[in-house]
Design a binder for this molecule. Structure first.
Ligand code: FES
Length: 204
């Protein structure tokens, strides 16, 4: 049977959502296979939302935020950049393809880019295949692993660490992917792995 993935997108009201709305107004052919949750700023996206989305049937999650330096609430998009990198690390640790999660930066007038990105993401997810395919999970395994991932993300200490990294990078004025990746690896990866094992053991 042909695999048609379900995709959930979180769209910042000020950029992605406005572009998606304009795509409708200008009748740009819009992919029908994704669902949108409008948020006021990507800083509102909790990593917990990401894993819950996967748990309840999304095969791909895409987050649209304002371009870096253009967030209406100062640094919500920087926060989601850190959250996205951490979530990808947890996905990888669980044997899930990290490309199942994508972050995109956009302005409010880029309907064409938005539709192009969504089509590309759809193709990526199609190539990855049904969620859990690479790990041979059954439904029970899927729930267990994603539940663990949600709990790891809700750990207060990890939330504080993300906040501290965000402040440090802002002070250094370095928002490059390499700097973020390096900080996540230095400060968070081991803690995530330990927490993961702890939660997994409790669930056995
Ligand atoms: Fe758009 Fe913060 S207002 S990402």
């Amino acid at each position: 049977m042909k695999f048609e993935p379900s995709i959930l997108s979180f769209m910042c009201h000020w950029c992605g959502y406005t572009s998606a709305d304009a795509a409708g107004v200008f009748r740009i052919i819009h992919p029908p296979y994704y669902k949108t949750i409008r948020i006021l700023c990507t800083g509102r996206v909790d990593p917990f939302f990401i894993f819950e989305a996967f748990k309840y049937g999304a095969e791909g999650v895409i987050i649209y935020g304002c371009r870096l330096g253009e967030c209406k609430y100062s640094d919500g998009n920087l926060q989601v950049l850190l959250i996205g990198e951490s979530a990808k690390t947890i996905l990888e640790e669980s044997g899930i393809n990290e490309n199942s999660l994508k972050l995109e930066w956009i302005s409010s007038t880029e309907s064409v880019k938005l539709v192009k990105d969504l089509n590309q993401f759809f193709e990526t997810i199609k190539n990855i295949g049904p969620f859990g395919n690479e790990t041979n999970w059954n439904e029970k395994d899927k729930f267990l692993y994603l539940d663990c991932a949600s709990k790891v993300c809700q750990d207060a200490k990890i939330g504080v660490l993300l906040g501290n990294i965000s402040k440090k990078l802002k002070n250094l004025r370095d928002l490059s992917y390499s700097a973020i990746k390096q900080k996540i690896e230095e400060k968070i990866v081991n803690k995530l792995k330990l927490k993961w094992v702890e939660i997994e053991e409790k669930n056995l």
